[in-house]
Design a protein around this ligand. Structure first.
Ligand code: IFG
Length: 482
C-alpha cells in the first residue's frame, strides 16, 4: 500500500531517501500570510500535544528540521503541493490548499500524533511528493440541529471531522417543525418559543447570534463554509408557534415532537410572511460570511403548485437582495431560478428542472449520500426509507453519471446530510458519519479514475487508530479490514 491518505491525492510519489523526523528542534515556518500563519499555529498545537515538543511557529526562514508552509500566489482553488525530505516538510499552495495539505501531513504521521496526551514516539514522515487538488468545489455534510439540538461544542466536534477529510461545507438545518434554532433579534419569539423542544419532547435549545458567530469562526479557521438553512414554506411548525399570523388559519399550532413531514406551511398569500422572512434572511446574511443561504423548499404538501412557485421566487429575490445566493432542495427547480442558485438533488427528477433555469446541482442522492440511513437492518440508529447504506454504497458511485441528464458540468459537488430524528448527541452522529463521511469525502475530492473501492477500504481501515486517539465513535463495518 503506497499510502493510507483519505481522500486519495491526485498524485503521490514515494521518493528515495530518509524520512523526515519531528524532534525537539523542529519548528514550523510560515510567511506573512495571516491565514497561513493561523494554520501553522493550529498545526503546532496539534503536534505539541502528542510529541511534547515546543514546535515554535516562526516567520523567518530556517531550512532544516522545519515544516515550511508557504502561500503560492500562482496557485488557485484548494490546490497544494507537499514535499518531504529528510531535512524538511514543505507545503505550498493557496491558504485553503495549505490547510488541506496539513490534513495530509497529519495522515502521513503515525496515528499517535492525534493523541491529546504526550506520548513517546518516533515521529517520522515518509519522503514523498504529493500534488493535490479537489475534483468538486462543494464537498460537504449537513447536520440537522432542528429535530434534535446539538451544542456549540458538539457542532465543533463535527467540524473537526469535516476538516480532517478536506470537506469544506457544513450545511446547518436550523429550523423545522420540531425546532427553531437561531436567534433572530428582530423576531425574538422565533427562538424563544420555537426553540423550546425537539423530537421526543426534550428541552431543545437554540444558538444565540454570538454562538452562531462562534461556530462560523471555528469553521472559517478550517476553511469550511457554514451554509445556514431555514426550511420553508414547509417544515415550519416551530416558526408558526411563535408567529401564528403567518399560517393561513391564524391558529397557533402546538409544539410538535413527532417525525411526520409535509403537513405544515407558511401562508404564501400574506405580506406578513415575506416581512418575517425578510427579517430572518437579513439577520442571517449579516451573520454568514459564506455566499449561500439555504431556504429548504422540500416536502410541501399543503400549497398549490402555483403558490409554491410564487413563494420560492419571492424568497429567492429576498436572499439576493441581502447579498447572498440561494440554495434549495431540488423541488425548488419547479420555480424560475437564477443561474447562480443551487438545487440540492436528493430523491427525484426535480433536479433536472433546476438545470433548465441554468442552476447547478449539489448531489445528495438519498440512497448513496443520506448518512442518516441505517448501515444494515441491525443498525439501531438511523432511518431506512431511502435504503440501507453500507460504506461501499457511499463510495461506489460517480456523481457525474449517477442521474440521467446530469453531467459533471451541472454539478458543484456532493453533500452527505445527517438528519437527526433518531440522533440525540454527537456520539450517535459520529457512529453514522464514520466511516461513511471519509468515503463521501473521497467521492468529492479524488478524480473518478483514481478511485477504487479495494484501495479505499484498506486505506480507511488504517484510520481507526486515529479515531481512537481522537475519541471519535465509528461503525466497525464488516466491509472494512480493520
Ligand atoms: N426527508 C426530509 C428530511 C428528513 C429526511 C430523513 C429531505 C430534503 C427525510 N427532507 O430529506 O426533513 O426527515 O431522512
Amino acid at each position: 500500500m503506497a499510502h493510507s491518505i483519505v481522500p486519495a491525492p491526485v498524485s503521490f510519489t514515494r521518493n528515495e531517501g530518509e524520512p523526515f523526523t519531528l524532534d525537539s528542534t523542529s519548528s514550523i515556518v510560515v510567511g506573512t500570510d495571516a491565514e497561513v500563519a493561523r494554520t501553522g499555529e493550529m498545526l503546532a498545537v496539534l503536534l505539541r500535544a502528542s510529541t511534547g515538543y515546543a514546535i515554535p511557529v516562526r516567520a523567518d526562514s530556517v531550512t532544516t528540521g522545519a515544516i515550511i508552509l508557504r502561500a503560492n500566489p500562482a496557485a488557485s482553488g484548494e490546490e497544494y503541493q507537499l514535499r518531504v525530505t529528510r531535512d524538511s516538510v514543505r507545503i505550498a499552495g493557496t491558504p485553503s490548499g495549505i490547510f488541506r495539505g496539513v490534513q495530509t501531513l497529519r495522515q502521513l504521521l503515525p496515528p499517535a500524533i492525534e493523541s491529546h496526551m504526550k506520548l513517546n514516539g518516533t515521529w517520522t514522515v515518509p519522503a514523498v511528493t504529493i500534488e493535490d487538488r479537489p475534483r468538486f468545489a462543494w464537498r460537504g455534510s449537513m447536520l440537522d440541529v432542528a429535530r434534535h439540538f446539538f451544542t456549540v461544542d458538539e457542532v465543533k466536534q463535527f467540524i473537526d471531522l469535516l476538516a480532517l477529510y478536506k470537506l469544506n461545507v457544513l450545511h446547518l438545518h436550523l429550523a423545522d417543525d420540531q425546532g427553531w434554532r437561531i436567534e433572530i433579534k428582530s423576531r425574538p419569539r422565533l427562538a424563544e418559543m420555537g426553540g423550546v423542544t425537539q423530537v421526543g419532547g426534550g428541552p431543545g435549545g437554540f444558538y444565540t447570534q454570538a454562538e452562531y458567530a462562534d461556530i462560523v469562526r471555528y469553521a472559517q479557521e478550517r476553511f469550511i463554509s457554514i451554509v445556514p438553512e431555514i426550511d420553508m414554506p414547509g417544515h415550519t411548525n416551530a416558526a408558526l408557534i411563535a408567529h401564528p399570523e403567518l399560517s393561513c388559519s391564524r391558529i397557533a399550532p402546538a409544539p410538535y415532537t413527532g417525525t411526520e413531514v409535509g403537513w405544515s406551511a407558511f401562508c404564501p398569500n400574506k405580506e406578513e410572511t415575506y416581512a418575517l422572512i425578510d427579517d430572518v434572511i437579513r439577520e442571517l446574511a449579516a451573520l454568514t460570511p459564506g455566499r449561500y443561504i439555504h431556504v429548504g423548499g422540500d416536502e410541501v404538501e399543503v400549497l398549490t403548485h402555483e403558490e409554491y412557485i410564487r413563494f420560492i421566487e419571492r424568497v429567492q429575490d429576498i436572499v439576493v437582495r441581502h447579498g447572498k445566493e440561494m440554495v434549495g432542495w431540488e423541488e425548488v427547480g419547479k420555480a424560475r431560478l437564477r443561474p447562480t442558485t443551487l438545487a440540492q438533488q436528493w430523491k427525484s427528477d426535480s433536479a433536472l428542472l433546476a438545470l433548465k433555469s441554468g442552476a447547478k446541482l449539489i448531489m445528495s442522492p438519498s440512497p448513496r449520500a443520506y448518512l442518516d440511513m441505517k448501515y444494515t437492518d441491525a443498525t439501531e440508529l438511523g432511518l431506512k426509507w431511502a435504503a440501507l447504506i453500507e460504506v461501499a454504497d457511499v463510495y461506489n458511485w460517480d456523481p457525474a453519471t449517477y442521474q440521467a441528464g446530469v453531467t459533471e458540468r451541472d454539478i458543484v459537488g456532493v453533500e452527505g446530510p445527517i438528519w437527526s430524528e433518531t440522533l440525540r448527541n454527537i456520539t450517535a452522529v459520529q457512529y453514522l458519519a464514520m466511516p461513511r463521511l471519509p468515503a463521501l469525502a473521497e467521492v468529492g475530492w479524488t478524480p473518478q479514475s483514481a478511485r477504487e473501492w479495494e484501495s479505499f477500504r484498506v486505506r480507511v481501515a488504517a484510520h481507526a487508530p486515529r479515531w481512537n486517539y481522537l475519541g471519535v465513535n465509528y461503525h466497525r463495518s464488516p466491509q472494512i479490514p480493520w
